[in-house]
Design a binder for this molecule. Structure first.
Ligand SMILES: Nc1nc2c(c(=O)[nH]1)N[C@H]1C(S)=C(S)[C@@H](COP(=O)(O)OP(=O)(O)OC[C@H]3O[C@@H](n4cnc5c(N)ncnc54)[C@H](O)[C@@H]3O)O[C@H]1N2
Ligand code: MOO
Length: 415
């Protein structure tokens, strides 16, 4: 391979990586409870008004507003689920309904008073307070969503809140984009699988398992395809078997060592690279391209580098490929706790923890990209521009959430 990499500007690399991606158009219908994290393939239109009938938001009494301050006879009790004659509007003078939360409100009542706000409540009568607000505690048919409204848009990733809406419409099968197929593999003769015995001269393959899990967290299903040996011909042969995948992700063998054959093996299989080398720390040797119809990401072998580059570069591109319309990283604003230095001239990805609005850099930003524990210790990525040489104490920063987790002490959640 060429023994001098040229390092592409970070923003240019992100732009190129997204431009390369043509979203999938293949769809399938799947059961509602299998739809979590999948991407909706067509707009979902409201087919049932929300709510679909006028109903009570409280257990209490349904009255005519003008009866405020009067003692009323209780005509009947209406329960959630009652229909037909049980919800007939037939109040005579000085009458009201006793009503339960979620029950249909007959058309001749316009205001609900919670039972605890009523005076002198007996089985037969109730004294209504004087100060009523017309329409209070009455949920009107269609006030939340009307038939014909667009409830969910094509390209949205299905979360539990989407499932609530879909179920509320009686939708049990959802049209989503078919899962893209992803192969994950490692490279390196030094690697042993976690279930094998390894000598002091060998290391365990952790990258493949880490990447497959990260992909799973983000809603993708990846297949583990094994380890490519440090041999050009064997690498070529191995890679030639992967051309039916939509995506191939490799780690290692991508830099300048004598055993780094990955780039050449892909090139010999027809890869058209869009970059090999980005002005980034860590992750400088990263490569991306297209091999016929297969998108290829070759991430560096260092575990920390592989994971953060996967998160920063590959996940947005994969989200786009999967048909998602939201594939850019969001940032959370935080205050930096302690000053730290970064390497000027390159974009730096810095690991830290972000808790309660405070970003704390991991190990004073003095860790190596071959380290593994650092990933576990962190839950946020801070990206610096190539002109930045330090981040000062108290500086406001924007960070990308990384390992989502709850925290181990209770903090003030109120605003
Ligand atoms: N002369 C230069 N040398 C290096 C450069 C450079 O620019 N010039 N870049 C360095 C950087 S930056 C990185 S990152 C590494 C990346 O190199 P490779 O992608 O070729 O990765 P390997 O050499 O194969 O492995 C690096 C490191 O990671 C370990 N590894 C690899 N795969 C796994 C795995 N599946 N699980 C756990 N650990 C893995 C491997 O044993 C090495 O220790 O290159 C620098 N060199
Ligand atoms: O990508 Mo390397 O891990 O920059 O050091």
């Amino acid at each position: 391979m060429n023994n001098k990499l040229t390092y592409l500007d970070f923003n240019e690399a992100v732009k190129k990586s997204l431009e390369l991606i043509v979203p999938t158009t293949l769809t399938q219908k799947i059961p509602l409870l299998e739809a979590l994290n999948k991407v909706i393939a067509q707009d979902i239109i409201c087919i049932k008004n929300l709510p679909s009938f006028n109903n009570s938001a409280m257990d209490g009494f349904a009255v005519k507003f003008e009866d405020a301050g009067k003692k009323l006879n209780i005509k009947r009790v209406i329960y959630a689920g009652d229909k037909d004659e049980k919800i007939l509007a037939n109040l005579q003078d000085n009458e009201c309904y006793k009503i339960m939360t979620g029950a249909q409100v007959p058309n001749d009542a316009d205001t609900i008073i919670p039972i605890e706000n009523c005076l002198e409540v007996t089985d037969k009568t109730v004294l209504i307070p004087k100060d009523l607000k017309k329409g209070s505690n009455l949920r009107i048919k269609g006030e939340e969503q009307k038939k014909g409204n667009i409830l969910l848009k094509k390209g949205e990733v299905i979360r539990s809140s989407h499932i609530t809406l879909l179920a509320s419409q009686g939708i049990v099968m959802v049209e989503v984009f078919k899962d893209i197929s992803i192969a994950v593999l490692s490279t390196g003769d030094e690697l042993k699988e976690p279930w094998e015995i390894s000598s002091e001269d060998e290391i365990y393959n952790c990258n493949s398992y880490a990447l497959i899990s990260l992909l799973k967290e983000k809603g993708f299903n990846a297949t583990y395809s094994g380890v490519i040996p440090d041999d050009l011909n064997k690498s070529k042969e191995f890679i030639s078997t992967l051309k039916n995948y939509d995506v191939v992700i490799t780690t290692g063998g991508i830099s300048m060592g004598d055993a780094d054959f990955v780039a050449q093996a892909f090139l010999d299989n027809g890869l058209e690279p869009i970059f090999h080398g980005v002005n980034l720390k860590p992750g400088r040797p990263i490569m991306m391209g297209k091999m016929n119809k297969t998108i290829v990401f070759s991430l560096p072998g260092n575990p920390l580098t592989a994971m953060v580059n996967m998160h920063l570069f590959a996940i947005p591109a994969l989200k786009k490929l999967q048909g998602s319309s939201c594939f850019y990283h969001d940032v959370i604003k935080a205050k930096n706790k302690k000053e730290f230095k970064t390497k000027q001239g390159r974009v730096n990805i810095v690991l830290g923890t972000c808790e309660n609005g405070i970003f704390t850099v991991t190990r004073d930003n003095k860790y190596g990209s071959g380290m593994i524990t650092v990933l576990y210790e962190s839950n946020a990525l801070l990206v610096t521009s190539k002109d930045t040489s330090s981040i000062s104490e108290e500086q406001e920063v924007g960070v990308i959430s990384f390992n989502n987790k709850l925290i181990n002490k209770q903090i003030d959640i109120f605003n």
